[in-house]
Design a protein around this ligand. Sequence first.
Ligand code: NAP
Length: 413
Amino acid sequence: MGMQHNPGGASEPVPSELGGFDQKNTMASDTVPSSPSGPNFQEVQHQSMMQRCIALARRALGATAPNPLVGCVIVQDGQIVGEGFHPKAGEPHAEVFALRAAGELARGATLYVNLEPCNHYGRTPPCSEALIKAGIVQVVVGMVDPDPRVSGRGIAQLRSAGVEVVVGIEEAACQRLNEAFIHRVRYRRPFGILKYAMTLDGKIATTSGHSAWVTDPASLATVHRLRAVCDAIIVGGNTVRRDNPRLTLHRDLPAEKPARNPLRIIMSRSLQLPLQARLWQTVEAPTLVLTESRNPEFQQYLIQQGIEVINFEALTPAVVMSYLYERGLLSVLWECGGTLAAPAIAQGAVQKVMAFIAPKIVGGDTAPTPVGELGLTTMTNALSLEQVQWHTIGADCLIEGYLPRRLWEPTRL
Ligand SMILES: NC(=O)c1ccc[n+]([C@@H]2O[C@H](COP(=O)([O-])OP(=O)(O)OC[C@H]3O[C@@H](n4cnc5c(N)ncnc54)[C@H](OP(=O)(O)O)[C@@H]3O)[C@@H](O)[C@H]2O)c1
């Protein structure tokens, strides 16, 4: 088996919630199913190799924006002869790494890839041409590329060159893996995840604003892994004033592993932010302040500490997501309180909700709750999550699901 290590790519599988919380982080089988004992043998092989593509692709979770996660396996005479994954934008695509690893053994082989091979000149030449040139005879594709520059054309190009193409193997898993990319391409917005930790009585802090910690350490570790696979974290001004958060992965990172902290974003209309804050320390991770307040002195103060400040006419979650799309982000984690979470939901900036629920009760009529005013007055109008999953994490429960499409389809943006 030829395993190619991608330069610049993460070499360890990264546990992640984005792209499938329920997926195991172990590598899928590295052997091709070997006993052709029934009519389903080929289907089983296709599924097994596609799962391996997904596992390979996941090694670059959090590193590929604005590009998708892609893994590739080449099989010749029942043996894996080459594989690879796309490590980051600007680096070669997964197919190129796999072809390099396979060398001459690619001739006459089957190539598996979770996303349709590209057929256009971007930062790298088209993969479809490279596959044809290398003599690949069969291509098994997980899903058609939603990118209009590619969609179906890579497959058509391969077929017109006489390559047999099978499409749709493990399609649902492939779509889940690249849910952020698909959303970005279709709706021209990054994929938004609202994450919060609350007590059993629905509070994200006590009446005094104290919130460290609502959930247990196992949940905190899960949140840190989630941060590692997102491109940015957003909080509101209040969370900075009350919590003074760091928003890094500091707990989980072994010293020998390079940190990959996402961009930390503060949305503050007033810019009434403290002079001293952990988020002003930019050695570990970059900080971006988004505001509509022209306060040149404080802005200058922030800029001098290495913080980027961007001014908007009217600061809203919708304009922020549009701006972050232009910056090339795939996924954004909303870690704000309820004041900002409510307009983020209402304006279509959130697609997925991840609620960590601790078996604790704090009470308090004025204690903050995860989502502020949405203007819903009857339970029949409640936003029901779809594709809901439940997980237990330590003593806590995590519920995740997707907000109804009607909230974030383009007409709402
Ligand atoms: N347990 C958890 O998961 C969790 C997570 C986050 C926060 N918390 C807790 O929640 C409390 C803070 O909750 P919160 O809801 O007040 O904080 P928040 O939602 O994080 O911050 C609200 C602030 O966001 C800013 N903002 C910018 N644009 C906005 C817009 N278009 N609409 C609304 N707000 C906008 C404003 O900041 P300016 O006032 O600066 O203009 C506003 O005051 C704290 O006690 C914190 O400990 C808990």
